[in-house]
Write a protein that binds this ligand. Sequence first.
Ligand SMILES: Cc1ncc(COP(=O)(O)O)c(C=O)c1O
Length: 401
Amino acid sequence: MPKLNENYLNLVPSYLFADIRHRVDDFCAREPEKAKRLIRLGIGDVTLPIPEIVINGLHAGVDAMSRPETFRGYGPEQGYPETRKAIADYYARNGVDIDPDTIFLSDGAKCDTGNITDIFGNGNVILCPDPVYPVYVDTNIMCGRKVIYMDGTAENGFLPMPDPNVHADLIYICSPNNPTGACYNREQLKVWVDYAIANEAVILFDSAYEAFISEPELPRSIFEIEGAKKCAIEFCSLSKTAGFTGTRCAYAVVPKELVFTASNGTEMSLHAMWTRRQSTKFNGASYIVQKGAEVVFSEEGMAACQENLNYYKRNAKVIADTMKDLSIRFYGGINSPYIWFECPKGMESWEFFDYMLNEIQVVGTPGTGFGRNGKYFFRLTSFGNYEKTLEAMERFRTMLK
Ligand SMILES: Cc1ncc(COP(=O)(O)O)c(C=O)c1O
């Protein structure tokens, strides 16, 4: 009998989306007439198609596969040079100098943020915000590591800051945050970078929602902060930026400055380790997808993607304005597709889920699914249809009058 990875026994079962489905299915069976009015604002997936200019890039990749002179087989594990250059140029337009050789293409930020655990050992002090995208915690539990939570609360605007009296080795930061939509400013990220350098820690910075940032003074990359190349790895995804949730493409930036001393005194470079890890366990993102990604990061491609994001941002504004008018405390919605609000009437998040479903047939996501600090909070998303979002918010106002 094989010995199993019994760390999996320590995972808290994730019933969030299954629970939501069951409750909605039960409601539909019980109230078939009302079920016809159902509006889903819990959706964490994009709904608009990929912009035409990007589709043309994907087509060019497909066509190249049809001719002997342009056919591609296995590609470089790290990604094609032209795609890495397009990403570096995108950073440069935002005033950030990134060496294309430090960019690693992949098929998703979920995989990258999970796989990065491979290059770190056991016994690290790992800091993770609560609430947050659950992948960071679960991937550490799977390899037997313990995570210490930093509390995101209404008091700190769901943007926890370091405690100078607590040492950490690895720090997960997601900004703009899923689920709270909260986004660190430059000064706050500088505090994190200084803390990481002082502790010889590494920040694992997830910027999957950077393209939603509307306020120009907010940092879109950790590398906008002085010193970050000495202490941070950045993960970003085309999923929400370019509608690639089904197409799959993401990248990680691992600076060459990240060099630490092993217990036997050997200097180890995280860039070299990640190169080795990826070339051993990953055979590169598809050529076709990378041809599309190359267009995404061009000026015209990004402008087209931003048109789609503007559609979602208009939805986010409808939701945020409703919260403002009803004096409900909320976060996000300006630099993020997510609106995170305090459940009205002191309700807990599942109680509020049922209340909304029964009263106005609008489905959202209970905050408790993202950590214990989400118990009294709720997430709505802007990825739905505009008219339906308007209708849902009209009903929301009526419900709380
Ligand atoms: C914070 C965050 N990071 C990463 C991802 C996953 O990205 P990908 O689709 O590239 O795997 C998500 C998806 O919801 C996310 O919310």
